[in-house]
Ligand binder design. Structure first.
Ligand code: SF4
Length: 325
């Protein structure tokens, strides 16, 4: 389907998908292509529908993509994720839209088929959770058996404030949702206006994290969806007399990289992985030789659609086990 979204966030890195520049669009029109691919790849366990926003689609259209995933032969597909801003920006999608009830019946169908349905909801600010209709939307989604996981980028002038994150995570838990990720604003678009340096992002994250109960501490961040993988800024430490960022690769282009901790020289201005230099006088981060090799051999990445291999503006690396639609 063509890609669009309920919102037009000015910091969005996916703008090219919405503005009619066909050469810049990625679109997967063929549900058949998806199911054929999945049938041939029993190692794929997760399918992520993203965009734009897949819930811009009418339920009847979304159903064409989702229902085939429930059929016999695709039991290895265990999780279906829907990345969406709808619960925040257009909660009526789940409450009063003409096909709202149909959408919820589709969610129930997925759950009844024994799959995990994860609604990856983009909430940027507690104000988005303050309306009765937003609360009703979450309640109705959760009642289907789906799990709502909440994530958002940290954006200067919007939510660069620990109070906002602590309030948001607390409210999400109260409403039955799961705080999931605080992302670092991508190194694309008008980033000079929106970016928050990593050191400050970490302060905001840690400050908010300390203020929520254990149930809210399911959240991870600050996390960069960078070219080599998803990299978490896990802390600042002094090691062997050097002040460093402690970084963790939570997902890697090479699955063997996942879970590796590594270190970068502390830099108060750095706002993205590319701004960082390895600590302890090293020439390169551990992943750089492998990444160079991947670029050289232009090895296909484990995504069906949604990004050019090794394109830093591509959607977050879904992990080796996920297909992205
Ligand atoms: S909700 Fe997400 S995809 Fe839609 S405009 Fe905002 S950042 Fe972009």
């Amino acid at each position: 389907q063509g890609q669009t979204c309920h919102a037009y966030c000015t910091y969005c890195f996916r703008w090219a998908q919405f503005v009619g520049l066909d050469a810049l669009k990625f679109a997967s029109r063929e549900a058949d292509t998806l199911t054929r691919y999945l049938g041939a790849h029993p190692e794929v366990t997760d399918v992520l529908f993203t965009g734009g926003d897949p819930l811009v689609m009418k339920t009847a259209v979304l159903r064409r993509y989702v229902e085939p995933l429930l059929q016999p032969g695709l039991e290895h597909v265990q999780t279906i994720r829907l990345g969406t801003k709808a619960p925040a920006y257009w909660p009526y999608r789940f409450v009063t839209d003409r096909d709202a009830d149909d959408l919820l019946r589709l969610f129930e169908q997925v759950v009844r088929a024994g799959k995990h349905l994860a609604v990856m909801a983009h909430f940027s600010h507690p104000a988005e959770l303050s309306t009765p209709v937003a609360e009703a939307a979450l309640r109705r989604i959760i009642d289907t058996g789906a799990v709502v996981r909440c994530q958002a980028p940290l954006i200067r002038h919007v939510n660069d404030d620990a109070d906002a994150w602590a309030a948001m995570w607390t409210k999400q838990v109260r409403l039955g949702a799961v705080p999931y990720y605080l992302f670092v604003e991508r190194d694309t678009g008008p980033k000079h206006y929106f970016e928050v340096p990593l050191a400050r992002a970490l302060d905001i994250y840690q400050d908010a994290y300390r203020r929520v109960s254990g149930l809210g501490r399911t959240v991870r961040g600050p996390s960069m969806s960078a070219t080599p993988g998803k990299v978490l800024v896990d802390g600042v430490a002094e090691v062997a007399g050097e002040k460093v960022f402690v970084l963790k690769m939570v997902q890697g282009r090479d699955p063997a990289w996942a879970g590796r901790t590594f270190f970068a020289r502390y830099d108060e201005q750095a706002a993205w992985l590319d701004d960082l230099r390895p600590a302890f006088g090293r020439d390169a981060f551990f992943f750089e030789p492998g990444l160079r090799q991947m670029k050289a051999s232009a090895r296909a990445l484990p995504v069906l659609q949604g990004g050019t291999p090794l394109d830093p503006t591509a959607p977050e690396p879904p992990g080796p086990e996920a297909a992205q639609v």
